[in-house]
Write a protein that binds this ligand. Structure first.
Ligand code: HEC
Ligand code: HEC
Ligand code: HEC
Ligand code: HEC
Ligand code: HEC
Length: 186
C-alpha cells in the first residue's frame, strides 16, 4: 500500500516535471535580434529582391546574411523618419560595427547544406524551407533549445517538420534521391 502510494507520488512528480519541461519558456531560451529589421519594408519601400541581399557567390556558395557594407549602400544617412532606422544608423552604420545577427536555420557544424543546389538546380523557393520569414515585418525572437542548442525552427514546431535530418531525407526520397551519409556530413 505504502509502496503503491510512493510509486504514485513518483509518477505524479515525473508527469508534472514533463509538463513543466513541455512549456516553451522552460525548454527554449529566447534571444532578441540586434536590429529591428523589416523584410517587408525592404521589399515594398526599397523594391529589393531576396537575392539583392542573399546571393550566391561566383563559386556557387551561399553568402548568407548580408554584411553591414550592403546596408551602408543606402543607410549612411537616414532615408525615412523611423526610430528603427535612426537607431540602426547610430548603433551600427556610423560606428561601422557589424550587427551580430542570430540565425534561425543554422545547422550543426558537421552537417553540410548547399543552397546553390536547392535554389538553382532544384528550383525550390525560399519559402519551401523558411516559411514566410522573407515577407515578415518583424524579426521573431530566436528560441534556442536549452538541451540540444538547436534553434526551434530547426527542431520543428508542433505540426511542422522543421529542418532536421528527417525533413531533408524525406524530401530527397520523395524525389527519388538517395544521399550517402557523407553527402551531408563532414
Ligand atoms: C535589405 C537586405 C535584405 C533583403 C532584400 C532580404 N533579406 Fe532576408 N535577411 C536580411 C537580414 C539582415 C537577415 C538577418 C536577420 C535574421 O536572421 O533573420 C535576414 C534573414 C533572412 C532569413 C533568416 C535566416 C536565418 O535562419 O536566420 C531568411 C529565411 C530570409 N532572410 C529570407 C529572405 C527572403 C525570402 C527575401 C526576399 C523575399 C529576403 N530575405 C530579402 C536581409 C535581407
Ligand atoms: C537599396 C537600399 C537599401 C538597402 C541596401 C538597405 N536598406 Fe534598410 N531601408 C531602405 C528603405 C527605403 C527603408 C524605408 C525608409 C523609410 O521610408 O522609412 C529602409 C528601412 C530600414 C530600417 C527601418 C525599418 C522600419 O521598420 O521601417 C532599418 C532598421 C533598416 N532599413 C536596416 C537595414 C539593414 C540592416 C540593411 C542591410 C542588411 C539595410 N537596411 C539595407 C533601403 C535600404
Ligand atoms: C531546401 C531548403 C532550403 C531552401 C530552398 C532555402 N534555404 Fe536557406 N537555409 C536552409 C538551411 C538548412 C539553412 C542552414 C544552413 C547551415 O546552417 O549551413 C539555411 C540558412 C539560411 C540563411 C542563414 C545563413 C546563416 O548564415 O545562418 C539565410 C539568410 C537563408 N537560408 C536564406 C535563404 C533564401 C533567401 C532562400 C531563397 C533564395 C533560401 N534560403 C532557400 C534551407 C533552405
Ligand atoms: C540529406 C542529408 C543527410 C543525410 C543523407 C544524412 N544526414 Fe545525418 N543529419 C543531417 C542534418 C541536416 C543533421 C542536423 C539536424 C538534425 O540533428 O536532425 C543531421 C544529424 C545527424 C546526427 C546527429 C543527430 C542529432 O540530433 O544530433 C547523426 C548522428 C547523423 N545525422 C547521422 C547520419 C548517418 C549515420 C547518415 C547515413 C545513414 C546520415 N546522417 C545521413 C542531414 C543528413
Ligand atoms: C523540399 C525538398 C528538399 C529539402 C527539404 C532538402 N533538399 Fe537537399 N536536395 C533537394 C533536391 C531536389 C536536390 C537535387 C538538386 C539537383 O542536383 O538537381 C537536393 C540536393 C542535395 C544535396 C546534393 C548537392 C550536390 O551538389 O549534389 C545535398 C548535400 C543536400 N541536398 C542536402 C540537404 C540537407 C542537408 C537538407 C536539410 C537541411 C536538404 N538537402 C533538404 C531537395 C531538398
Amino acid at each position: 500500500m505504502i509502496r503503491g502510494l510512493m510509486l504514485f507520488a513518483a509518477a505524479a512528480a515525473l508527469a508534472s516535471t514533463a509538463g513543466w519541461l513541455g512549456t516553451p519558456r522552460v525548454l527554449y531560451r529566447q534571444q532578441t535580434q540586434p536590429v529591428a529589421f523589416s523584410h517587408k519594408v525592404h521589399n515594398e519601400k526599397g523594391g529589393m529582391a531576396c537575392t539583392d541581399c542573399h546571393s550566391l557567390r561566383a563559386d556557387g556558395s551561399f553568402a548568407g546574411i548580408p554584411a553591414l557594407a550592403k546596408c551602408a549602400e543606402c543607410h549612411t544617412a537616414a532615408m525615412g523618419e523611423t526610430k528603427a532606422e535612426a537607431a540602426f544608423i547610430a548603433d551600427y552604420v556610423t560606428p561601422n560595427r557589424e550587427p551580430q545577427w542570430l540565425s534561425y536555420a543554422r545547422q550543426p557544424d558537421n552537417a553540410w547544406f548547399p543552397h546553390g543546389a536547392h535554389i538553382m538546380r532544384a528550383k525550390l523557393g525560399c519559402e519551401n524551407c523558411h516559411g514566410g520569414q522573407g515577407k515578415s515585418d518583424k524579426l521573431p525572437l530566436l528560441e534556442v533549445n536549452r538541451i540540444s542548442g538547436y534553434s526551434r525552427d530547426v527542431m520543428g514546431r508542433p505540426g511542422k517538420s522543421g529542418m532536421r535530418m528527417d525533413a531533408c531525407v524525406h524530401c530527397h526520397e520523395q524525389r527519388g534521391m538517395r544521399h550517402a551519409c557523407l553527402d551531408c556530413h563532414k
